[in-house]
Design a protein around this ligand. Structure first.
Ligand code: PGA
Length: 251
């Protein structure tokens, strides 16, 4: 049985003070929801404050990125060891990082290995653009991203990882993929690629989230799909109604 997992990706939103005020408002209600794992991924500077405000809860914390090196001349970057005291997860390869900050499959693969070496759980994002979707390239492209991100891992390492399938055309657009559409890519393409690399048992063990315009009113549709194990939620994780979203995720 895979425990459902909903993570809020705050992106470049919320100062540390805003994060603390927001989480004080909703942490108790979230903490009472059974049968689901929950995490927030704030900006790096808010990680210590968020870890502190959530410390007496079962709600986890994730970073939005990290560097693959342990230390060195990488101005502006953070290593796994630097974020580790404040979080259990790290989002890697988000489409915004790939599009705006030159993140490549090769970098993502190095970061996955570094995260695992520091006992951080990577949430690796994959997903196709609208043009790729319309050209019928989704399966080949997403399958390639999965295989590149996890190349060289052992099956035991792979089973620690979480994957978020986020079609780029559905992120922040209000145009979510249908549960059937998303579920079939998650099952056949994403889980399929993991099965090809690591075998069916590992593919069945790992959790795969859907992401892209997930809201309180549509989360249950995704969660009812047997292959979708949770969601990576952007905009809707910045509002108090995120509590309702998580409640609706337990189906
Ligand atoms: P969205 O973002 O929920 O605002 O579409 C999802 C994401 O980018 O992780």
């Amino acid at each position: 049985m895979r425990t459902p997992f909903v993570a809020g990706n705050w992106k470049m939103n919320m100062t540390a003070a805003e994060a603390v005020a927001f989480l004080r408002e909703i942490r108790r209600a979230l903490n009472q929801i059974e049968g689901i794992e929950i995490a927030f991924c704030p900006t790096a500077v808010a990680l210590p404050a968020v870890a502190d405000v959530l410390k007496a809860t079962k709600i986890g914390v994730g970073a939005q990125n990290m560097h693959y090196a342990d230390s060195g001349a990488y101005t502006g970057e953070l290593s796994a060891a630097m974020i580790k005291p404040f979080c259990q997860y790290v989002i890697l390869g988000h489409s915004e990082r790939r599009a705006y900050f030159g993140e490549t499959d090769e970098n993502v693969n190095k970061k996955v290995k570094a995260a695992l070496a520091h006992s951080l759980i990577p949430i690796v994002c994959v997903g196709e653009s609208l043009a790729q979707n319309e050209a019928g390239e989704t399966h080949a492209f997403v399958s390639g991203q999965v295989k590149a991100a996890f190349a060289g891992l052992t099956a035991a390492e792979m089973s620690q990882c979480v994957i978020a399938y986020e079609p780029i055309w559905a992120i922040g657009t209000g145009k979510s993929a249908s549960a059937a559409q998303a579920g079939s890519i998650v099952g056949m393409t994403v889980r399929g690629a993991v099965a090809e690399l690591f075998g069916e048992a590992t593919a069945q063990a790992i959790r795969i989230q859907y992401g892209g315009s997930v809201k309180p009113h549509n989360i249950a549709d995704y969660m009812r799909h047997p292959d979708i194990d949770g969601a990576l939620v952007g905009g809707a994780s910045l509002k108090p109604s995120f509590v309702e979203l998580v409640q609706n995720a337990v189906v």
